[in-house]
Write a protein that binds this ligand. Structure first.
Ligand code: SF4
Length: 79
């Protein structure tokens, strides 16, 4: 990979609104795109480190992302 992971982001080729659905809107199309994104791990690590809690990041929706952030923080505190 050259440049940053964002240069390889599949979402940059699509409608950004898919990744910030309105309340009650579907997250499935964005998550499908994420599953074939080569930088999914980088994206997810960034979102967790930055505490991003809105939108779709690394194939996770808000609830799963918040859970992962809590888990990683708990792991870091326990280490
Ligand atoms: S994994 Fe991240 S960078 Fe890749 S398409 Fe999904 S939101 Fe975009």
């Amino acid at each position: 990979m050259t440049g940053t992971w964002r240069d390889e982001a599949r979402c940059s080729e699509t409608d950004p609104a898919l990744f910030m659905p309105d309340a009650g809107g579907t997250t499935a199309p964005a998550k499908r795109i994420c599953m074939s994104c080569e930088v999914r791990t980088h994206c997810l690590d960034y979102a967790v480190d930055a505490g991003e809690q809105w939108g779709i990041w690394g194939g996770l929706g808000q609830r799963d992302l918040r859970r992962l952030i809590r888990e990683r923080r708990a792991e870091a505190e326990a280490a």
